[in-house]
Design a protein around this ligand. Sequence first.
Ligand SMILES: [Zn+2]
Length: 63
Amino acid sequence: MSTGRSTKQCSSCDTDDETFEYHGEDLQRMILCKICYDDYMAKEMTQYWKDHIQEEKRRTGMS
Ligand SMILES: [Zn+2]
């Protein structure tokens, strides 16, 4: 018997809560709970903007 909601163990904090499947950089499958998923996304966004700002500086000749 199956329900729509899948509960797997979070691969980051081992919390047995509702989890999300996410593909990382090298298509590695990650199973994260909401908290770890948000945390991961926040880090990804931070890194994205860091890279973006670096790129902008390079383009405008500032370094
Ligand atoms: Zn977690």
